[in-house]
Design a protein around this ligand. Sequence first.
Ligand code: PMP
Length: 459
Amino acid sequence: MQKLSKGSTFTHAELAEIDKKHYLHPTTPPKAHYLSGPPTIFSEGHGVYLKDLQGKERIDGVSMLWNVNLGYGNEELAEAAKQQMLKLSYSSSFSGQSNEPAILLAQKVASMAPGDLNVCFFTSGGSESNDTAFKLARFYWKVKGQPERTKIISLDQSFHGVTVGATSATGIEGFQKFTTSNAPNFLKAAAHAVEAELGDKTDPNYPRSIRGTIEAEGADTIAAVIIEPIQGAGGVRFPPKGYIQAVRKLCDEHGILMIADEVICGFGRTGKMFGVDHWNVVPDFLCVAKGISSGYAHLGAVIMREHVREAFVQSDEMMFHGFTYSGHPVACAVGLKTIEMIDRDNIVENSRMRGEELLRGLQYLEKNHKYVTKVRGLGLLAGIELFRDPESGIPFDPSEHAAAQYTDICMDLGLQLRYFDWKGTNTVALAPPLIITSEQVEEIISRMDQALKRFKEQI
Ligand code: PMP
């Protein structure tokens, strides 16, 4: 059989067979994957384009998992990793030992984060960052003499990751129910109930709002509230006006710590450096990953405010928390280079401007295709919904798998997108690399347009 990839000694079919036998895929239905045809096997990426083993090219409309913000195949990032690997490939940060890239990245991140978010704890990704924030929030209350403050409140439809803690905070039903048991002391509140959070007891969401939950449980049992500034995997759900400020105010009223999960929003995705910058809110913990290294290294961080560090350094307690790869010098060197490029190449401004173009393109699709509705976007984070009849609010029947069908057509037409069909919705997410050009935004819209025409014939 023909060898399909330059440099690969295997055919696509051979790799597909090995994949099915030996590789259990994350966030994939195992049975459907096992029974389906050969999977897409990516082989190359350059800029915003991806190639698979069969030579098919796609423009990446979603930065793979909203993380490849500076695009693929970047030589400067590769060089930063290589140089650091040759100089010092690994060093621990345990017992107070340190390394230069970790120290300098902590300083750089502190200089960029809003307010007095000045102290970094490094992780290898978003789930670890959120788990760390939960543990540090509880540790904070312990050293402050209020160890009974243990509960974490998160929102319906939130996604915070897949470790036991992060899954326990996640509000999307499938993740919640995947295993038979989650961690205790994680409470769910209705998402985005702004009137209730502002104190309106007539809001039907009040009992399940964050405010209602705090009142029912007792503020002195709550360690922290975690929110995503814009919910990502929940379906690109934007908060109503005033919501993020209302959550901050509510936390202040009750002395509760606020955690912002900026694993998607951080480092320019929404057209500002951090999502909370849109609302001038400073959380107590800000969790990041993905964009901090543009997917070139496994890296995340929890950035915390001065008063949190103060509480820790005034206590004699040991920090019984640390990953082997906390402050990995290679990951941190890649993080430093990523941030240098974000600054130097005006990446955040590009995200803002190309985001406006993307939104206009999506609005054009909404005007010209009867199934498209609820277009929303901020910077290069956007979503649309597919409805059978948007005007009367009639959704597609779940058995039609409309969003899945549509993204399959997009894939076929050379556009990589993701969909979310929780609770009968059909959301298609867009989050292209932040280096995208105007022409490439047009290319995405043009392929979506073509795909909608085919979708109309097919559905
Ligand atoms: N939080 C949010 C908002 C995310 O979108 C994700 C990943 N999609 C995570 C946390 C988990 O990050 P990771 O997969 O790096 O553990």
